[in-house]
Write a protein that binds this ligand. Structure first.
Ligand code: NAP
Ligand code: HSE
Length: 435
């Protein structure tokens, strides 16, 4: 049987999972690839570190050069996180004739055009299914299976760590710090978990999806983003009272005005598919003009789901499918003009959730309602909990307002004015509501 020699660079959570699949399930990968997928080298920084996997003699090395110099190794799973040395290593590997499989979305979101252009110049390919939504095959689905469509919108839970944290806080009352540590222990979080919880990771994944779905060349850092790091457990409770769960949603909407992108904690109605996505699961709802809505759900972080996507890419590369797709689709080509222009979020319309600390005295609600009315924002419901008969009243007291649909511009201006009212004693929390 023909053999494809594979190397892994970076044997952390994902790398060790990839090695495990290649070593423990060689028969299966050989059957699916029509050839043996042979792990020839795994490059690490420290050979003495325990990695929860036993490698055959001679596989583990600290020398990247051994891979570069080995003409028998044709494809490399580059599984180092961050920008450098990941970028330089990827360039060196491609220059030495290797095709690349990677899970590093930060690198692709930041340096995609450079890396993909270089790959094309060198006649090499880069496969990156694992870079977005872990085990969900969303890259192949958007770029190949849905290619008859104009994608109109896309909403996703794209960060497993954030979803794990919010689920544990919401359903088990767990403390934020405790759950972040648990997400790190389980291998969901990035080396720097700030990127998970502040919306950066989701914005980087959204930038990649926006490129595939809408042909937009997006600077991920320009996507308006709010993470879950500032989320107050009180908002999870009030949302539930109103019939919603809060999810970190990455959204893309295409209209005649352009493409609107955002990452933000959003209220999603309980009982709808997105609201029921728990823990490290991810989900993406894509609407295409021909196919209509399609929903994907699966584990978006963690060792084996991510390794599943990496190994599928290794097989696709070994059999030549990646090269074909890579050449046809011209991913991240710097010569391609953006097909979709980013529009200001101000024109986006949705319902809003407001929570604000207010003075518990007559006229407070009227003053807030006046500001909302001035901006043509209609109130749908209000919650203020009474302390009960005879009990001392809280002052200030949290006031929660759910609005009917309003524009982002009006909601943001109203927020600014409400915060200036005497009756409002602290910052206003404002979240979008998805229907
Ligand atoms: P990780 O556990 O931190 O592993 C990264 C590995 O790279 C570490 O083992 C590290 O070595 C190694 N490394 C760093 N610099 C190196 C160098 N110069 N030479 C050789 N090895 C080097 O990270 P991970 O969770 O596996 O993630 C890897 C990539 O996959 C990241 O881009 C991440 O965003 C992406 N990803 C992760 C998941 C997930 O669920 N974990 C899911 C999808 C995508 P040491 O062991 O010596 O520190
Ligand atoms: N840290 C990422 C997450 C890994 O939690 O979603 C998957 O990309």
């Amino acid at each position: 049987m023909e053999k494809t020699n594979v190397a892994i660079v970076g044997l952390g959570t994902v790398g060790a999972g990839v090695a495990r699949l290649l070593l423990d399930h060689g028969d299966r990968t050989a059957r699916h690839a029509g050839r043996t997928m042979w792990l020839k080298k795994a490059v690490v920084r420290d050979k003495s570190k325990t990695r929860g996997i036993e490698l055959p003699a001679g596989v583990l090395t600290t020398s990247l050069q051994e891979v570069i110099d080995d003409p028998e190794i044709s494809v490399v799973a580059q599984l180092i996180g961050g920008l450098e040395p990941a970028r330089s290593i990827m360039l060196k590997l491609m220059e030495s004739g290797k095709d690349i499989v990677t899970a590093n979305k930060a690198l692709l979101a930041e340096h995609g055009p450079e890396l993909f252009t270089r790959a094309r110049q060198l006649g090499r390919s880069i496969a990156f299914e694992a870079a977005v939504a872990g085990g969900i095959p969303i890259i192949a689905n958007i770029s190949q299976c849905l290619s008859a469509n104009q994608i109109q919108s896309l909403e996703g839970i794209l960060n497993g760590t954030s979803n794990f944290i919010v689920t544990q806080m919401d359903e088990h009352g767990a403390s934020y710090d405790e759950v972040v540590r648990e997400a790190q222990r389980l291998g969901y979080a990035e080396a720097d978990p700030t990127m998970d919880v502040d919306g950066t990771d989701a914005a980087q994944k959204l930038a990649i999806l926006a490129h595939l779905a809408f042909g937009a060349t997006v600077d991920w850092s320009e996507i308006p983003r709010v993470g879950i790091d500032g989320l107050d457990p009180d908002d999870l409770q009030y949302a539930k009272e109103l019939g919603y769960r809060i999810k970190l949603l990455a959204s893309a909407n295409l209209s005649d005005d352009g493409l609107e992108l955002s990452v933000a904690p959003t209220l999603v109605p309980i009982g709808t598919p997105l609201a029921e996505v728990r823990d490290a699961f991810n989900a993406i709802r894509v609407a295409g003009d021909a196919v209509g809505p399609v929903f994907y759900h699966g584990l978006g972080a963690g060792q084996m789901p991510t390794a599943s996507a990496v190994v599928a890419d290794l097989i696709d590369t070994a059999v030549g499918r990646t090269r074909l797709t890579f050449q046809t689709l011209e991913y991240f080509s710097i010569d391609q003009p953006p097909r979709a222009l980013l529009r200001e979020a101000d024109s986006l319309r949705c319902r809003y959730y407001f929570r604000l600390p207010v003075a518990n005295h007559p006229g407070t609600l009227a003053s807030i309602a006046t500001v909302l009315a001035k901006h043509n924002i209609s109130i749908a419901s209000v919650i203020q909990h009474d302390s009960g008969p005879g009990a001392p009243q809280r002052d200030p007291v949290p006031l929660v307002i759910m609005t009917h649909e309003a524009s982002e511009g009006a909601a943001s201006e109203a927020t600014r004015e409400i915060e200036m009212l005497d009756a409002v004693t602290g910052p206003v929390i404002r979240l979008r509501v998805e229907e």
